[in-house]
Every structure is written in structure tokens, then in C-alpha cells.
Design a protein around this ligand. Structure first.
Ligand SMILES: Nc1ncnc2c1ncn2[C@@H]1O[C@H](COP(=O)(O)OP(=O)(O)OP(=O)(O)O)[C@@H](O)[C@H]1O
Length: 492
């Protein structure tokens, strides 16, 4: 017909041979791997290519186009496909949380994802979880990981956390690394993880793919994308607590989570309710934060860059592995202490907590919100949704760090307390009394850490970033996916 159509080979999902019989086309439903050798040698070959089409807001869909070419050219294409798709997964281990989000995980997987995997010739082993931590423990102890090229998580951020806890732990055991030691360099996980969003919070999917859409995620898995991701290990007195990939928050975000956990019956509205309640309560907490600034990296938390597909964060990590440096210490009263290892952008907060944070530069952005008026705190919170810099306020500090520690005031050594007592002895005595009598209305001495949506059991913590510890079937957020790259040399 003379219409020119270009499809990058790396974004082909499958190729289907078309046969012309009695003038009408019939389809062979096999994938490109199953295509039979044709007998007729002199005729032209018609074939349909199923490929990735980019839609609005980073969504991907399947599209079809039929080409004709000579037999030889067709065989060449199959060869090219075979070579260029070597990094694609062939066998996947799938975990489905049937109770995540609106309890649609199983349906989403069966209706939207499984048919695509079949079409792409991917075999799967599916486990529908029966209890919390089922997936984590299966990965830790039972899963025959050698059989698979990747793990797929169908659920929300909580389910993803289970998967990484299982996979990271298992990898350390298999590699002879002690996962309990805060000083050991952890071994990176070789299996990639795909996230099919089916929870009420799907931040990690959103940050790494740019949208929360099961079909888009399935297509990123099929084409074999790879996006490294930093992971923070959290220890208390040399005892391992948890891993975190998105937000560690003490004070405001810890209190919102603790309060909302008590209101699960309210459904997703509990986050708004607890957020408002905690804003009005306006608690601040005293403690000491020490941190190891990240040296030799390209970006800063306050530059205008965003973490985008194939950009600086990858190189930043490769060229500047963990560098030693001077620890810095800050003592004070904080409304919030947040460590954002990624932007933490989500559909409700498109900029996120730290808009310039990177997925894989081996750092986390430590944001300290010092005690300030309710009005000022509100200004800070509102700037998360406006164009203004949320860190451009006198009571906010932000540092890009490789490691940090926090010690709440009442856990500090006696000598520290004595110093403080000299400063303000009455307050000290009252806050000790009020700790045991919350009904008196004074602020509690401790908050809790919100670690990717889970409450930590300890407040004094040691956090270390492990650069690029895991890999996702994703490519980061693409800058402007609208225009096709016609100059791509690997296009048919
Ligand atoms: N079969 C199961 N039964 C009960 N809980 C499960 C099961 N499988 C997984 N879980 C747990 O359910 C929790 C929530 O799962 P998930 O993140 O998929 O959904 P969500 O709706 O986004 O969660 P949240 O309530 O945290 O917003 C996870 O912490 C996970 O450990």
C-alpha cells in the first residue's frame, strides 16, 4: 500500500506468520519461535508483528501491523529477533496477593497479564499467596530460583516489600554474605522483579514505570527491560530490621501511618483523616541525626533534574561507588525526618517527597523538617503539589547521603541528657512524666519510623544505602515517548 511503518525490534512482542490460502489470509496463532518452515520458496512472506505502542501518560499498549517481504528477509528478521531478545525472560515465578488493593489481583493477572505472557512465549509458575509473608518465606527458603529468569509481584507496595525481603535475604545466604551485619556489602540480586500494580499504594511501580497500569508493566517484563534500584538496609544496634526502597519517615509520616493502621476499617480515606489529625496535633520530636554526605555524585536534591530513563543516576553510581567521608551531626527538634530513596511521586503527589531523587545513584535524600509553626509546616506540605521548591524554607534541610543514623533524645547517653537538663530542666522532667501519661496532652517523646508503609519496632536506627542492589523489569520514566525514533538502526 506504500505505507511506511517502523517498529524497533527491541519492542516487538511476537511475530505471527500469515498464510495466503485461496485468496484469503489465515492466521497462524503460534509465536515467532513456533513458526514452521515454509515450503513455497519463491513467494513473498506476510507476517504480523505485535509490538509496543506508546499511549498517553507513559502507558503502553499492544498494537499490530502486517508486513510483507521476501522469504529471505523474513528469516533474517527471525534471526535478528532471536539475537536481540536474549535478555528477555522465558520463565517467570509469579506471586499474587489476592487481598491487595480492591482484591482484584488474581483477576487482573488472569485477564490482563497472563494472555500477554502466553503470546510472548513466556512460561510461568504462579503462586497465589495464602497468608501474609507467604511470598517472602517461599522466596527465602523454598523457591527454585535457578529455574527462573525473574519474579513477578502482583500486588501493592506491601507485597513488593515481601518480595524484596525474600529475594535479598536468599541471595545473601546463597552468596555466603551475612544479611544481619550492617557493615557487610550485600550481593546484588540477579533475578529481575516485575511489578503488576494491584494494591492501594503502588508507588514503586509508578516511580519506575511512570504509570500504574498492569498491561504496561506486563509489556516492560516481556521486552526484558532492566532498571536497577537502590535499597536501604535498616539496623538497630547491629540487628537487622528491614529494607526500604522508597520512604523512611519519622515524626509526621510515622505518626500518620501508626494512626491510620488503627483505622483500617475506614478504608483508603484513613490516610487523609490521619494526615489531617497529625497535622493538627503538630508533634515534634527531639533527637540526633548523623549522616555521611554522598560525595562525587552528579545531582543534588534541589536541582531541577528528574530521574528519567537511562540518565545520570546509573553513571553516577558506577563511577562513584561508596566513598568514605566525614560524618556530620545535627541535634534538634523535628516535625519530620524523611529519607526518600526515590522521588516517592504517586498519582496524588506527582512531584513526590524529593522530586530530584534518583532510583539508582546509591544515595537517599535526607529531609529534616525542624520544629516550626503550623502555618509554616502547611506551606511546606502544600509545596509538594505546587511548582515551588518545597525545600526553600528556613526550617527545612535536605542532604543527599549514603548512610545516616538517628537516635531519639531519650535514648541518648546520660551525659547528653545532663547537658540538656542544664538547658531546660523543667521541660525534661515534665516530658519524662508525660511519656507515661499521654492523657495529659503533652507531646509524646517518641514517634515511629514508617518504613515503606510498615512501622518499625525501634526508633534508634542505622540506615545504609546499597546502590543498585536489585533490578526491576522497568526502564525508568521515559522523557517524551510520543515521537517514534525513525533513525533507530535496529528497526524493521
Ligand atoms: N494471602 C494473603 N493474606 C493476607 N495478607 C497478605 C496475603 N498476601 C500478602 N499479604 C500482605 O498484604 C499486605 C498488603 O498487600 P499489598 O501491598 O499487595 O496491598 P495494598 O492494598 O497496597 O496494601 P496496603 O494495605 O498496605 O495499602 C502486604 O503487607 C502483604 O504482606
Amino acid at each position: 500500500s506504500g505505507v511506511c511503518h517502523s517498529v524497533p525490534v527491541s519492542e516487538i512482542i511476537s511475530v505471527r506468520e500469515e498464510e495466503e490460502e485461496n485468496g484469503s489470509r489465515q492466521r497462524d496463532d503460534g509465536s515467532w519461535k513456533k513458526i514452521r518452515e515454509r515450503e513455497g520458496k519463491d513467494c513473498r512472506q506476510a507476517f504480523t508483528v505485535l509490538y509496543v505502542e506508546r499511549c498517553r501518560q507513559h502507558r503502553w499498549r499492544c498494537a499490530e501491523v502486517t508486513f510483507t517481504c521476501s522469504d529471505e528477509a523474513f528469516l533474517l528478521l527471525l534471526l535478528l529477533l532471536f539475537v536481540s531478545t536474549a535478555s528477555r525472560p522465558k520463565h517467570l515465578l509469579v506471586y499474587i496477593n489476592p487481598y491487595g488493593g480492591k482484591r482484584q489481583g488474581k483477576r487482573i493477572y488472569e485477564q490482563k497479564v497472563a494472555p500477554l505472557f502466553t503470546q510472548a512465549g513466556i512460561s510461568t509458575s504462579v503462586i497465589v499467596t495464602e497468608y501474609a509473608n507467604h511470598a517472602r518465606d517461599h522466596l527465602k527458603m523454598e523457591a527454585e530460583l535457578k529455574k527462573f529468569d525473574g519474579v513477578v509481584c502482583v500486588g501493592g507496595d506491601g507485597m513488593f516489600s515481601e518480595i524484596i525481603h525474600g529475594l535479598i535475604w536468599r541471595t545473601q545466604i546463597d552468596c555466603g554474605v551475612d544479611p544481619n551485619s550492617p557493615e557487610e556489602a550485600l550481593s546484588p540480586c540477579s533475578l529481575r522483579i516485575g511489578i503488576i500494580p494491584a494494591g492501594s499504594t503502588d508507588c514503586i511501580c509508578f516511580a519506575s514505570v511512570g504509570t500504574n497500569d498492569p498491561v504496561t508493566s506486563a509489556l516492560h517484563i516481556i521486552v526484558g527491560d532492566s532498571q536497577p534500584l537502590d535499597v536501604c538496609s535498616v539496623h538497630h544496634n547491629n540487628m537487622f530490621l528491614r529494607y526500604s526502597v522508597s520512604l523512611l519517615g519519622y515524626g509526621f509520616y510515622g505518626d500518620v501511618l501508626s494512626d491510620s493502621e488503627r483505622k483500617r476499617w475506614m478504608g483508603p480515606a484513613r490516610y487523609d483523616f490521619s494526615g489531617l489529625k497529625m497535622f493538627l496535633t503538630h508533634h515534634y520530636y527531639e533527637g540526633t541525626v548523623s549522616y555521611l554526605p554522598a560525595k562525587g555524585i552528579i545531582g543534588t536534591p534541589r536541582d531541577a533534574t528528574r530521574c528519567r530513563s537511562g540518565q545520570i543516576c546509573l553513571f553516577s553510581f558506577v563511577f562513584h561507588p561508596e566513598s568514605s567521608g566525614e560524618w556530620r551531626t545535627i541535634r534538634g527538634k523535628f516535625l519530620a525526618i524523611n529519607a526518600a530513596s526515590m522521588s516517592c511521586a504517586c498519582p496524588r503527589s506527582p512531584k513526590g517527597l524529593s522530586p530530584a531523587a534518583h532510583l539508582a545513584d546509591g544515595t537517599t535524600d535526607l529531609i529534616l523538617v525542624r520544629k516550626c509553626s503550623r502555618f509554616n509546616f502547611l506551606r511546606h506540605l502544600l509545596r509538594h503539589t505546587s511548582k515551588d521548591d518545597q525545600f526553600d524554607l528556613t526550617f527545612i534541610e535536605v542532604h543527599r547521603v549514603r548512610r545516616f543514623r538517628f537516635m531519639p533524645r531519650h535514648c541518648q547517653s546520660d551525659s547528653d541528657l545532663e547537658l540538656d537538663l542544664h538547658e531546660n530542666s523543667k521541660r525534661q522532667i515534665f516530658s519524662q512524666i508525660c511519656k507515661d501519661h499521654p492523657a495529659c496532652g503533652c507531646a509524646p517523646a517518641y514517634s515511629s519510623w514508617n518504613c515503606d508503609g510498615e512501622i518499625l519496632t525501634h526508633t534508634g536506627i542505622d540506615v545504609r544505602v546499597h546502590g543498585q542492589l536489585i533490578k526491576l523489569f522497568a526502564r525508568g520514566i521515559e522523557e517524551l515517548p510520543v515521537f517514534e525514533d525513525l533513525s533507530n538502526p535496529c528497526a524493521i
